[in-house]
Ligand binder design. Structure first.
Ligand code: HEM
Length: 469
């Protein structure tokens, strides 16, 4: 549903010093609380609603407009919600479910209960770390294709890094999920459909906040139906080809179809296959694209870190292009990706609906409360992190981790990202291949504004030029 009012966005803080960089973040709110303003702001971007105190060790709550809203920002309590009491907090917020159900049906990302329990091992196995090397050739080939395209750009051409990274990761995951045969046109059709869907999804479902248990279903406007249609047509065709034995390409869909054929009790009918394929495709590209985009922004503003990335790639790979086998030795590149995931976690809010009454951090939780763990707040918790808003990749060298449950870009507990190793390997590898050959520079004078829709991305994209090294 569209709402007619707008409020001013928060001011952006971004500072540079000698060897330091504090990247863009919204200024925390201050002054008296105006709840209407808060909700209007949250509809466009959740990050603009936090106050300075929210960035500390605390569990806070408010009950306005009929629903209890709780934010958990103490690492031990994060463990309690996402791991210890997973059974009570496994259910995604109805906002998330409502936003994605038209497209993903009962796909793993938004399912719960028995469906989630049955499907989780299947999907985890398909994208498991042991299979990453098998899919890594897509990562290498597609990134090298992009590098060749960048080579042909006339000097000074302005491109949108977010769109470039979105295209890159979508092509990689499309080949992994659907197989090589899908072809570039069908792949772009799926990507265009997803992008247009994301643009139409509301951030806040007001009916849910007002206390109606499942909120409002999304209005299936003609534009929304068109976006869904573009995605479904392609996926349905690929699934049919596999079910009818017309495709053998080692793709993730093929692996799922083979599992079902071996064990018909799995219940992976045509709809389930379609929903899981759409889920892996969606979960597996927006996120990595966002990390890569933020990494270019951070490296461009931190010359010492960019130099360390270049030096490491040269030491490990010499003049040849990095491959998946190099990833375990690209320690600094990994640290850059981990620090990028800390500062700009692609999924900045993990919202869960309490099944029954509970108690978290001394606060009584009501049944159906919306309990949120925010990697955005947790990763910038000033009681846990030194220089929480600064870009300091070195902190992650040597496998360093802060206190348990304070760094969770892939979530944690039983619902941890199924594609963690796929995503991490992909981000490191794509960054290394491109950084070896190019520097990426955001246009001078542009304001970078982190904005949280389904994922956390620079609002309006990131306009950059690329320069051969
Ligand atoms: C850097 C990249 C990635 C990040 C930061 C990331 C992050 C996350 C997070 C935070 C969740 C949990 C969301 C929640 O609980 O509300 C999640 C779930 C999931 N992710 Fe990822 N992800 C990434 C890449 C991938 C890739 C590449 C794939 C597949 C190839 C993938 C597949 C999934 C799936 C299937 C789920 C649902 C798991 C479940 O509910 O059991 N992700 N991801």
């Amino acid at each position: 549903m569209r709402f007619p009012f707008r409020v001013d966005p928060p001011r952006i803080i971004e500072t540079r010093g000698d060897g330091t960089f504090e990247p863009a973040r919204p200024e925390p709110l201050s002054g008296p609380r105006d709840y209407l303003k808060l909700f209007l702001r949250a509809r466009h971007d959740y990050l603009g609603v936090f106050r300075g105190g929210d960035y500390g060790n605390r569990v806070s709550q408010m009950q306005k407009f009929g629903r209890q809203l709780v934010i958990v920002n103490i690492p031990e309590e994060v463990k309690y919600v996402l791991a210890t009491r997973h059974d009570n907090f496994e259910r995604k917020s109805p906002q998330m479910r409502r936003a994605l159900e038209c497209l993903l049906g009962d796909g793993l990302f938004i399912s719960d209960g028995e469906t989630w329990k049955r499907r989780r091992p299947l999907v985890s196995d398909i994208v498991h770390k042991n299979r990453v090397p098998q899919f890594a050739r897509h990562m290498e080939e597609v990134t090298l294709d992009l590098a060749r395209r960048w080579d042909t750009l006339p000097e000074g051409t302005v491109i949108d890094a977010m769109a470039e990274m979105g295209g890159l990761t979508a092509e990689i995951i499309a080949r992994a999920v659907f197989g090589d045969d899908i072809g570039p046109e069908a792949a772009s059709e799926v990507v265009a459909g997803f992008t247009s869907y994301q643009g139409l999804v509301d951030n806040i479902n007001l009916a849910y906040v007002a206390g109606f248990d499942d909120g409002w279903p999304m209005l299936r406007t003609p534009r929304l139906r068109r976006a869904i249609g573009r995605v479904s047509r392609v996926i349905d065709r690929v699934v049919t080809n596999h079910l009818e034995g017309r495709s053998r390409d080692g793709s993730m869909i093929e692996l799922l179809v083979r599992r079902q054929q071996k064990n018909p009790n799995l219940g992976l009918d045509r709809d389930a296959l379609r929903n899981e394929a759409a889920t892996i495709f969606m979960a597996g590209h927006e996120t990595t694209a966002a990390v890569l985009t933020w990494a270019w922004y951070l490296l461009a503003n931190a010359p010492w870190a960019e130099a360390a990335v270049h030096a490491e790639i040269e030491r490990v790979c010499g003049a040849r292009a990095p491959t998946v086998d190099d990833v375990p030795r690209l320690d600094y590149c990994r640290a850059v990706v981990e620090e990028t995931l800390r500062l700009y976690p692609p999924v900045p809010l993990l919202g869960r609906q309490a099944r029954e009454a509970d108690r978290v951090g001394g606060i009584d939780i009501l049944p159906a409360a919306l309990v949120t763990v925010s990697p955005w707040l947790l990763h910038r918790n000033h009681d846990v992190w030194d220089r929480p808003h600064h870009f300091v990749p070195e902190r992650f060298l040597g496998g360093w981790r802060p206190v348990p449950y304070s760094y969770i870009p892939f979530a944690i507990g039983p619902r941890i990202c199924a594609g963690l190793q796929f995503g991490l390997t992909e981000a490191i590898l794509c960054m290394a291949i491109l950084a070896q050959r190019f520097t990426v520079r955001p246009l001078a004078g542009i304001e970078v504004r982190p904005a949280s829709r389904l994922t956390l991305r620079p609002q309006g994209g990131l306009r950059v030029t690329v320069h051969p090294r």
